[in-house]
Design a protein around this ligand. Structure first.
Ligand code: SF4
Length: 189
């Protein structure tokens, strides 16, 4: 795969340590609601494909959550096709690429949607709460919020990465899968 390799048994742990906030939020909401709307399924699903979750594991992952809400039969009928489609196994067999930060930041999540970039789309209050759950300390928090106020969302994400990994990150974040793979490299070294 393009960015690495991940198996299903590791997903909860690596989500905590290495998912950027946009994906962490979708992941947590999926676990909480056992459902995500279309924009969220696309954003998280393609990201997971990018981190190396294979099709079989992806189906198992979504099935485990969605079946709690809509039942197994409806999952297979209404949702499994789209997951295979994202992996290029249905329809035109296009190999869909994970979304870049730019694409995510310029998306327009509506009510009940959880996709988008939290630095851009959360209220300041919700963003502060999410960052503190992630483990961002209060000094770093103010620097992150300062970037957000100046609409430098990717810089805010970069500062979060630096705070959580305890080292400078000069490359700057421009793709959620880059965040993930560089986080794994640092944490596994
Ligand atoms: Fe996700 Fe990019 Fe926003 Fe970071 S800057 S939360 S990686 S969209």
């Amino acid at each position: 795969t393009e960015y690495g390799d991940m198996s299903l048994k590791d997903i909860d742990q690596v989500a905590k340590s290495s998912f950027p906030l946009c994906m962490r939020h979708l992941f947590d909401k999926l676990k909480e609601d056992h459902h995500l709307k279309h924009g969220g399924r696309m954003q998280l699903g393609l990201f997971l494909k990018g981190v190396g979750l294979n099709l079989e594991d992806a189906l198992a992952f979504w099935r485990a959550e969605f079946s709690k809400k809509v039942g197994l039969e409806r999952f297979e009928k209404e949702y499994a096709y789209a997951i295979r489609h994202n992996y290029g196994k249905e329809g035109k067999r296009t190999d869909y690429s994970p979304y870049s930060c730019q694409k995510i930041i310029s998306s327009t999540p509506g009510t009940g949607d959880h996709h988008g970039c939290p630095y851009r789309h959360f209220s300041e209050e919700n963003l502060r709460a999410a960052l503190s759950r992630m483990g961002v300390n209060s000094r770093a928090m103010e620097d992150v919020i300062d970037k957000v106020r100046n609409k430098h969302y990717q810089l805010a994400c970069t500062l979060t990465f630096e705070a959580l990994h305890g080292m400078p990150y000069d490359a700057g974040i421009n793709h959620p899968n880059q965040y993930f793979s560089d986080s794994r490299k640092i944490l596994e070294s």
